[in-house]
Design a protein around this ligand. Structure first.
Ligand SMILES: Cc1cc2nc3c(=O)[nH]c(=O)nc-3n(C[C@H](O)[C@H](O)[C@H](O)COP(=O)(O)OP(=O)(O)OC[C@H]3O[C@@H](n4cnc5c(N)ncnc54)[C@H](O)[C@@H]3O)c2cc1C
Length: 463
């Protein structure tokens, strides 16, 4: 590796900050503070954890830099203190694909099939509390064959990657509402919304982002059924086991402060709870959403900056409610009766009040509202409105858990999609010894992210 001025500044970073003693006469770091690894992985969510385990199993040395104190990212598991049952209010279920089996089998975590919820559901307009008569609610999954036929042309999206082709098909940057009209797909709207509500306004979102949430892989996954871990620890368990396996190779509560990435190796300065460390790695694998804020401290190239400054995101909160007073073990699905003909809530809405099968609790998701206090108020208002039907005010509702999930639905403008944004993004792979995976590069479902990482990224990274 070429020893440049920047390299020196990383190794001497604390000295530069402190101004004395000088770098020339005092080594900045002891050997214990310099980690030498084959691969440095940024982010310990589903993707980073999977990559770390797979690489370590192939005798590669790894370090994972994770800013929180746990692995798993969007996994949120609450254990009910009374029943000791897990409530997964973040990531819930997984498609059955080889990567899913491989990952859970690696940790002897048994999986079981789930299909539709065994609990009753009620459709209500959360703004007014009006409950739809069950005779007006069709809960059958529509025939998705026409939808599959309309989406099958986008072969590069089939496994979740953003391989859009060149030129980019115009359908992909069409608002999804126009795509639905063009292919006469109105009957799949409600089902598409279940998967793709995170895009915010389903009808206005570019079709690409709806298909990345509800495309060929999701339709086939839906027909095959889903897998959940059959364990007391819920979805968090496999990540806790992975953390135990990876041991000190995971640096928790740690962030990158400065980096120098080159084709022949990288030096990355990280801030850990016990002080700064330098990681010297042959390759860097970034799994976090590549926003400018997340990548502060990275030596971004002009091409990286040009891509990463274009993202927009839809705010997303999740929570677990206790003591709502609403009927127990029942889910409530939100519709907007003022929004004919789709009746889909749009822009800022409470998605569902949903039972996970643990008495006394309902999980909730709020889409589009960035302010936590306002998002919580939307939830308590919805409980109060729906509660009118049951003689409850919702005043006793407590939040047993509440989390924000940021950068969930990274998107760019239709014109950027058209102008080859995703081809430019893909061209960043391998530059400066850095590889990229995660939800900016692949559909945001764990099994697809694992498959993409396994089949598209790790082979190139290991060359
Ligand atoms: C509420 C919710 C429900 C979902 N349900 C499902 C589901 O049922 N099935 C499914 O397959 N998918 C589901 N998903 C999608 C989910 O995002 C993916 O499945 C997958 O978990 C994404 O993993 P990831 O590692 O790519 O990203 P993340 O989970 O976002 O992980 C990124 C990790 O990097 C860390 N990090 C971020 N920035 C930095 C930084 N600057 N420095 C260091 N560390 C950083 C984060 O703390 C996090 O641990 C759901 C998502 C949400 C939010």
């Amino acid at each position: 590796m070429r020893f440049s001025f920047l390299t020196a500044s990383i190794l001497c970073a604390p000295l530069i900050v402190c101004a004395a003693p000088t770098c020339s006469n005092t080594p900045a770091y002891t050997a214990a503070d310099i980690l030498v690894r084959d691969v440095l992985i940024i982010g310990g969510g589903a993707t980073g954890t999977y990559a770390g385990v797979r690489l370590q199993d192939q005798n590669k040395s790894v370090a994972i830099v994770e800013m929180t104190d746990k692995l798993g990212g969007h996994v949120d598991t609450l254990i009910d203190p009374i029943s000791h049952l897990p409530i997964d209010y973040g990531v819930q279920a997984f498609f059955d694909n080889p990567s899913t089996r491989l990952f859970f089998n690696r940790f002897n975590v048994p999986l079981m099939n789930v299909s539709t919820s065994a609990f009753p559901s009620t459709v209500a307009d959360f703004k007014t509390g009006y409950i739809m008569p069950s005779s007006d609610v069709d809960t059958t999954v529509p025939n998705l064959s026409r939808y599959l036929a309309a989406t099958a042309q986008f072969t590069g999206l089939a496994q979740g990657a953003y391989d859009l082709g060149n030129p980019v098909p115009a359908d992909l940057y069409l608002p999804f509402g126009d795509f639905v009209t063009k292919y006469n797909l109105t009957d799949v709207l409600q089902t598409a919304w279940v998967f793709a509500h995170g895009v915010g306004n389903l009808m206005k979102a570019p079709t690409l982002y709806v298909l990345q949430n509800f495309g060929q892989a999701q339709v086939l996954g839906l027909s095959a059924g889903y897998l959940v871990p059959a364990t007391a620890g819920g979805n968090q368990e496999v990540y806790d086991k992975a953390a135990a396996l990876l041991g000190q190779n995971v640096l928790f509560s740690t962030k990158v402060v400065m980096s120098l990435r080159t084709d022949s190796g990288s030096l990355v300065l990280v801030k850990t709870p016990t002080g700064n460390k330098v990681i010297k790695a042959k390759k860097v694998l970034v799994t976090i959403p590549p926003t400018m804020a997340n990548l502060a401290g990275f030596d971004l190239s002009p091409a990286e900056k040009a891509a990463f400054t274009q993202w927009t995101d839809v705010p997303y909160f999740v929570g677990v409610l206790n003591d709502t007073g609403l009927p127990n073990l029942t889910s409530f699905y939100n519709i907007d009766l003022t929004d004919a003909p789709t009746y889909l809530p749009a822009d800022k809405f409470v998605w569902r009040l949903e039972t996970t099968g643990v008495a006394g609790y309902q999980t909730v998701k709020v889409v589009g509202e960035p302010d936590s206090t306002k998002a919580k108020k939307m939830v308590t208002d919805a409980v109060a409105k729906v509660g009118q039907n049951y003689g409850v005010t919702g005043a006793s509702t407590t939040f047993a858990a509440w989390e924000q999930h940021t950068n969930l639905g990274l998107s760019v403008s239709p014109s950027a999609i058209k102008d080859g944004f995703y081809a430019n993004l893909s061209a960043l792979q391998g530059q400066k010894g850095t590889y990229w995976t995660g939800n900016a590069w692949c559909s945001d479902y764990s099994p697809l992210l694992w498959g993409f990482t396994e089949n598209k990224i790790l082979p190139s990274l290991l060359k």
